[in-house]
Design a protein around this ligand. Structure first.
Ligand code: G7M
Length: 313
């Protein structure tokens, strides 16, 4: 089934700005809270719009100065240094921005996309049992409907890059919705496993080694076959803890993206290390270890973690 439904074009045009939730001057992106009136009921629904300025398209780089600039102006110069400002000419085949609309958005989404401080959490197996597991179990399955849509080929089926159809050890590889699918240095794909019973890194045991090894073996080959401009040793495979969605998945990014918050210590756990821990250290490693990570102060786990840490022992 085609993933793009034209009726959502109008949905975006009905977005009414409420306030800015966040911005990132480095990635040139902003996150906005707005409302959109439901077409049938007229009820205003909260919505989040992520707007990101896109990188230069490979095809425009050689002709950028000769034909893409629109009346550049010299703003300043000093000795051999000259500064200019300009607009890039409108060209529908080369979009300037990428937008993600979450509609309707829940309070969990609004918190997730709002600017917030982070704290370091050291999650012991007991903290997992008392605080994190009940939090995961309280998640409505509707939160991961998009994952089931991919696995059931209801959405994004034309974007699938590779599939191992085995129900126990198999997975689907496809572009992450964050990636513009053209900038190779920002390559970002997602591996989603077919089985539904692995919620996160914490659930991994020796019985999952076959799944993990298949990902480790097959994914670099599949990515390079589809995107020949990258090589296997430019790929980084890692697992988020805490993830946003509790259905096991692995992130595949270009090493050049290594400074993004999701690819760094305190969030990303290298697949190679995870396999090594289960295989060589302890088959129950992730049931026994303490996992340290950065948690946003607006995250749904934050209050529970603080109560747990402050409770008399
Ligand atoms: O932090 P966590 O490991 O849960 O990351 C989930 C990833 O899923 C993020 O990198 C998102 O950009 C990505 N993602 C989220 N949604 C809702 C979608 C989607 O609908 N399609 C695709 N392809 N990726 C998504």
């Amino acid at each position: 089934m085609d993933s793009a439904h034209p009726e959502f074009m109008e949905t975006l045009q009905n977005f009414q700005f409420i306030r800015q939730l966040n911005e990132d001057t480095h990635s040139k992106s902003i996150t906005l809270l707005g409302s959109i009136a439901d077409e049938k009921t007229g009820k205003e629904e909260q919505s989040i719009l992520l707007v990101e300025k896109l990188h230069f398209h490979a095809s425009e780089i050689p002709v950028l100065v000769s034909s893409r600039l629109q009346s550049p102006k010299l703003t300043f110069n000093n000795d051999i240094y000259h500064w200019y400002k300009s607009n890039i000419k409108n060209d529908e085949s080369i979009p300037d921005i990428k937008m993600t609309l979450i509609y309707p958005a829940t309070e969990i989404h609004i918190k997730k996309y709002s600017k917030q401080e982070g704290v370091m959490v050291r999650e012991t197996p007991d903290m997992y049992k008392q605080v994190v597991l009940p939090y995961i179990e309280g998640f409505p399955t509707s939160r991961i409907q998009w994952v089931y849509n991919i696995l059931d080929k209801v959405q994004e089926s034309e974007r699938i890059v590779f599939e191992d159809p085995d129900k126990e050890h198999g997975f689907i590889l496809l572009p992450d919705s964050k990636w513009d699918q053209t900038t190779m240095n920002a390559l970002y794909l997602l591996v989603i496993c077919h089985r539904h019973d692995v919620r996160s890194l914490r659930d991994l045991r020796s019985q999952h080694l076959e799944l993990l090894r298949r990902i480790q073996r097959e994914i670099p080959k599949a990515v390079v076959a589809k995107y020949p401009h990258v090589s296997e040793d430019q790929l980084k495979l890692y697992i988020h803890y805490q993830p946003s969605y509790y259905h096991f998945h692995v992130h595949v990014t270009h090493v050049a993206l290594s400074s993004s918050p999701g690819a760094t210590v305190g969030k990303a756990n290298l697949l190679d290390t995870v396999i090594d821990n289960i295989e060589n250290i302890d088959h129950e490693y992730y049931a026994k270890c303490t996992l340290s990570y950065v948690l946003g102060t607006d995250h749904g786990l934050y209050e529970g973690v603080q109560q747990y840490l402050n409770a008399p022992k």
